[in-house]
Design a protein around this ligand. Structure first.
Ligand code: GRG
Length: 287
């Protein structure tokens, strides 16, 4: 994971040199290079390799996906959305550069992502590049991330059902993880069956990622407060532990992990090992 993350970090650094307009590029670089686990780009590279592709071909897509992820975080943190002061342990983009620059830098990251995919995949057939562009567009827009965000915003302060919570998480979290894997597999030359198996794996680990996030929210805040009830159980934010209890949420995480593993059983075990370990990493991570 760390060797893949290093390759992606280097490519991200090179993709956005510090140039005029300086403040805009500083703002883009600030959030993009501020750390982050790089889970999505790593999944993208691993999926490309699993179907027999050259990992180097997937680097531009891995970078594009991290740019999209980062711009969704900078938007999410804005005062008109979550109004957060900290992200990845540092002041949020708008706290450092101001809201106007953050909105523009986020737009520039989003458009640069598509520019990278359309211009840097010269060794890949145009048909596959086009499929990646369609996959990314539908993942982000009004049927994807944006739909999840608007559903999340309109659920604030309301009791919501498990189905509504799942809708939010599928759109806000799973879809981009799924797209990272699907795009890696498309660029790696995967056939339809392989791409669809990996899509299902992606959907499972996307939901796994969110359930674990919700569980960590409870367990970490319990540790921090030295109490048995975490902040999540007392805040009004809907989460899996809040809707179904901590133990059932843990069972659900195990089910998603098992389902993800099942989708990988179609592939050669040695080649699938990195994605199998990534699923375990997502399930057992501590942050
Ligand atoms: C305007 C096109 C457009 C999109 C923005 C604001 C928005 C729409 C969507 C919000 C999406 C959002 C904040 C989803 C949360 C996803 C999530 C689980 C983030 C945490 O991911 P990690 O743990 O974070 O991988 P790091 O920092 O490690 O990268």
């Amino acid at each position: 994971m760390s060797s893949k993350a290093n390759k992606v970090n280097k490519a991200l650094d090179e993709a956005i040199p510090l140039q005029e307009p300086i403040k805009l590029h500083e703002s883009m670089r600030y959030s993009l290079l501020a750390g982050g686990k790089r889970v999505r780009p790593i999944l993208c590279l691993a999926a490309c390799a699993l179907v027999g592709g050259d990992e180097a071909n997937a680097i531009p897509i891995a970078c594009a996906i991290e740019m999209i992820h980062t711009m969704s975080l900078t938007h999410d943190d804005l005062p008109c959305m979550d109004n957060d002061d900290l992200r990845r342990g540092q002041p949020t983009n708008h706290k450092v550069f101001g809201e106007k620059t953050t909105i523009l830098a986020s737009g520039a990251l989003l458009t640069l992502a598509f520019e990278l995919v359309a211009s840097k995949l010269t060794d890949v057939s145009p048909d596959r590049v086009l499929r990646v562009i369609v996959e990314l567009g539908s993942t982000i827009g009004s049927k994807g991330l944006v739909a999840g965000q608007i559903a999340d915003l309109s659920s604030e302060g309301k009791e919501i059902s498990l189905d509504e919570l799942e809708y939010i998480h599928v759109h806000k979290t799973s879809k981009l993880l799924e797209a990272a894997i699907v795009c890696g597999a498309i660029i790696g030359g995967g056939d339809e069956i392989e791409v669809e198996k990996l899509r299902k794996y992606g959907r499972c680990i996307g939901l796994l990622f969110q359930v674990v996030d919700d569980i960590l929210d409870v367990t970490k805040s319990s540790d921090e407060l030295g109490k048995t009830a975490g902040k999540d159980l007392v805040s009004d934010k809907a989460t899996y532990p809040r809707l179904m209890g901590l133990e059932k949420a843990k069972d659900m995480a195990t089910e998603f992990l098992d389902k993800a593993m099942e989708e990988l059983s179609h592939f050669d075990a040695a080649r699938a090992a990195p994605l199998l370990h990534l699923a375990e990493y997502i399930a057992y991570r501590q942050n």
